[in-house]
Ligand binder design. Structure first.
Ligand SMILES: Cc1ncc(COP(=O)(O)O)c(C=O)c1O
Length: 387
C-alpha cells in the first residue's frame, strides 16, 4: 500500500525555486529536482536541529560516515573505510575538484556525450582540455536507447588524456550501465592508464527494481584509479542543502583530491549533514514508494510520447527521473526547447547544452505529480498539432 501521496505536492511558486522561477508562468519540467517534499523523517530531523537554535561550525559527522560505510557494504558489498570518504558541498564542485586534482594544465579529460552540462565545463574551468566521444544512439523508430562503442572512445583518447568522467547512471540518456559495459569502461581506463571519476549521483534512482553497481566495485585495479561521487540530494530531494561525498580508496589519489579542494571548498553545511543522515537512516520506505511512482510516470511519459507527440521519440530511462526526447524529425521550426517554451508554455532543458549529439533534443523531468506531467505533455501535443 502507498503511504506517500506523490499525486500531491506543495506549491513552489514564490519559494525562490530555480525550477519554478526562471521561466515565469511556464510549466517547469526542466532542472533536476523533484516537486515532492523530502521524506518526513528528514523534515523531523531538520526541525529538531533548527529548534536547537545554535548553528556553529560543524565537526566531521561520524554517524553519517558510519552510515555511509554500512550502506556501501549492505547495498554493494563494498568495503569502504571512514577515511576514504571526503565530504563535498555539491557534486558539480566534486567534478571540478577532480579535474583540478588529476594531471596538469593542458591535459585532456574525456567525457561521453550528450551529458549533464557541467561535465563539459569542468575541464575548461580547471585549465584542462575537454575531449568528447559520442554515445551510440539506437532506435526502433519509436523509442531511443543508448550504448557506447569502445573504438569511438579509444579514438578520442590521446597521450595527453589523463581523466575519464563517467556518468553512471547516465544523465540525460537514462542508462544504468550493465556489468558487461562497466567492465569495458574499466578495461579502457586500465589500457590507457586513465584516472576515472564515476558520477553516481543517480545511483539510488534505478527503476524496474534494477540494482546499481558502483564502477569501483568491479575490481581492485579499477578501485585504485577511481573517484566515486555520490549524494543523497537527488534521491531524497535535498539538492538545495548541498551535501555530497566522494569515495576515494587510493590514498595518493585521495591526497591529490584533498589538496585540490584545500582552502577553496567549504565544509558541508550542518543542516545538509543532518538531512543526509536522517535520509539514509530512515528514508528507505519513502524511496521504495518514490521509485514505483517514478516508474509509473516514466511509463506514462514513454507511452504518451508514442501515442500523442507526432515525430518525437523518447528514451525509456532505466534510471533517473529524466527522459530524453528526439525532436529532430518532428518538423519543429528552430530550437525545440524554445518552441515548447513559447508555443506550449512548458520549460524543458535544451539538448544542445548537453554537447555533441544533443542538438534537436530536449530533456524532460518527470519527478512531479502525474497530473502535472500529463498537463505538460498535453500542452506539448497542442503546440505540435497547431504548428
Ligand atoms: C550527473 C549529475 N551530477 C551532478 C549533479 C548536480 O550535483 P550538485 O547539485 O550536487 O552539484 C547532477 C544534477 O542534476 C547530475 O545529474
Amino acid at each position: 500500500m502507498m503511504h506517500h501521496n506523490f499525486d500531491q505536492s506543495p506549491c513552489r511558486q514564490g519559494t525562490d525555486s530555480l525550477k519554478w522561477q526562471r521561466y515565469g508562468d511556464a510549466l517547469p519540467l526542466w532542472v533536476a529536482d523533484m516537486d515532492f517534499p523530502t521524506p518526513e523523517p528528514v523534515l523531523t530531523a531538520l526541525r529538531e536541529r533548527v529548534a536547537h537554535g545554535v548553528f556553529g561550525y560543524g565537526a566531521l559527522p561520524e554517524a553519517l560516515t558510519e552510515t555511509l560505510c554500512a550502506r556501501m557494504a549492505d547495498l554493494y558489498q563494498w568495503m569502504v573505510t571512514p577515511e576514504q570518504i571526503v565530504y563535498l558541498p555539491g557534486l558539480v564542485c566534486g567534478l571540478n575538484v577532480v579535474c583540478r586534482a588529476v594531471g596538469e594544465p593542458g591535459d585532456e579529460v574525456l567525457v561521453q556525450t550528450p551529458v549533464y552540462p557541467p561535465f563539459l565545463a569542468a575541464p575548461g574551468n580547471q585549465e584542462r582540455q575537454l575531449v568528447t566521444a559520442e554515445l551510440t544512439l539506437e532506435t526502433d523508430g519509436k523509442r531511443l536507447y543508448y550504448t557506447f562503442d569502445d573504438t569511438v572512445l579509444a579514438a578520442a583518447i590521446s597521450a595527453h588524456t589523463r581523466l575519464f568522467i563517467v556518468c553512471h547512471p547516465h544523465n540525460p540518456v537514462g542508462r544504468a550501465f550493465n556489468n558487461e559495459e562497466l567492465i569495458r569502461l574499466a578495461t579502457l581506463c586500465e589500457r590507457h592508464d586513465l584516472t576515472v571519476c564515476s558520477d553516481e549521483i543517480h545511483c539510488d534512482l534505478l527503476l524496474d527494481g534494477r540494482r546499481h553497481t558502483p564502477l569501483a566495485t568491479l575490481s581492485p585495479e579499477i578501485a585504485r584509479r577511481c573517484i566515486t561521487l555520490m549524494a543523497p540530494s537527488k534521491t531524497f530531494n535535498i539538492p538545495g542543502l548541498g551535501a555530497s561525498f566522494a569515495i576515494i580508496q587510493n590514498p595518493q589519489l585521495r591526497q591529490c583530491f584533498k589538496q585540490a579542494l584545500r582552502g577553496i571548498v567549504p565544509d558541508v553545511n550542518i543542516l545538509g549533514l543532518t538531512a543526509a543522515l536522517a535520509a539514509y537512516q530512515h528514508g528507505g520506505d519513502w524511496l521504495r514508494e518514490l521509485l514505483l511512482y517514478l516508474t509509473a510516470n516514466r511509463d506514462y511519459l514513454a507511452d504518451t510520447v508514442i501515442r500523442a507527440l507526432p515525430g518525437i521519440q523518447a528514451t525509456v530511462p532505466e534510471a533517473t527521473y529524466l527522459a530524453w526526447l528526439n525532436c529532430r524529425d518532428a518538423g519543429i521550426p528552430g530550437n525545440p526547447q524554445h518552441f515548447f517554451l513559447e508555443q506550449a508554455g512548458v520549460a524543458l532543458n535544451d539538448g544542445a547544452t548537453f554537447g555533441p549529439g544533443g542538438e534537436g533534443f530536449v530533456r524532460v523531468n518527470f519527478a512531479c505529480p502525474r497530473a502535472r506531467l500529463a498537463e505538460g505533455l498535453e500542452r506539448m501535443r497542442g503546440a505540435l498539432l497547431k504548428r
